[in-house]
Design a binder for this molecule. Sequence first.
Ligand code: SF4
Length: 410
Amino acid sequence: MAQPTVMEKLEILSDAAKYDASCASSSTTKRNSLKGGIGSTTGSGICHSYAPDGRCISLLKILLTNYCSYDCVFCINRSSSNVRRARFTVEEVVDLTLSFYKRNYIEGLFLSSGIIRSPDYTMAELVRVAQTLREVHGFRGYIHLKLIPSANADLVAQAGLYADRVSINVELPSEVSLKRFAPEKQPREISAAMGGLKLRIEEGKAERAKSRRAPAFSPAGQSTQMIVGADGASDAAILQRSAQLYGSFGLRRVYYSAFSPIPDSSAQLPLAEPPLMREHRLYQADWLTRFYGFEVGEILDDGVGGMLDLAIDPKLAWALRHRARFPVDVNRADRETLLRVPGLGTKSVGKILETRRFRRLRLEDVGKIARSMTTLRHFIVAEGWRPGAVLDSERLKQHLAPRPQQLALL
Ligand code: SF4
């Protein structure tokens, strides 16, 4: 059988990588230099992600190979899967990255891999890509490397020296599910590897604080991914697990990836994917715990099976369950209280606090600060404004719930 060309490999291995959510979105067709201008976002394997400074960047998102000796039930690349296989050489990945980078198609590389021969062999190949890019070609673009938890600690340490960000997937919210769906993966190894990364990242930061010449170790930190909807875990269980991961390992992000049914899948897996809105609500809830002062237990204190309301966002759902705390006076409330008001984000709260040092805010003033007043107006008091009895209305949720929308899949 003819060997696939590099472009055919790119098609196979970028498609195989799209199930990893650690990169924020998949291919787009918005810009193409063939029609003039410089740079392109078209073609296989280009996704968008966010750099540590908040910039949206384009990444070449691929697997080194989709051959894998493991048989994780939920994974399209598992050993028993009947997919087309391909494998890049290290040099091919380096050449592709440089070629796309020089043409301004991408600003970096997201590289993962199935496990071939052994975890150490695979990890060494991944490291060799990053090392060649950095040391041989002086590549200054962004590199995100997926790590293999059971790989030798020295290899992991090298990966952190070349990559901007590293990640290890916990895959599923509980050890029980991991053992059931990914029997070759060891929860203890995953935790130990993440703990080791945390220490190295902290040491790297401390060294850099002493001397700017000290090498940076994964300066954009570490992240992980959890698959949602493959096992029976509730949103409460998922968010509790995330809170534990953030707390124990100092993760920058936990990514949630809605399980998508795969061909010839195991009977253990559900036949249908969960609603994509579930993934979206989990991200919103995750955000509330990290930036808005909410505890997971508060977000899911409605006693309905630990699942987030799909119809409305979790902050609005919480506010509707705690109406006695509203309306909040934007001219008097402290930051923590303002952050809990539906429709106010962290930036709006900062601007409200800043502006009210000089004058009392009217509803129109808040309208100039907040993105939308549709929901917000019902939950605040401002100079000359009170929301009236509408806050007590049984129909308020119905009134504020957005119309159902189809979310794009991958
Ligand atoms: S080790 Fe990774 S690539 Fe291999 S089957 Fe498991 S999830 Fe898929």
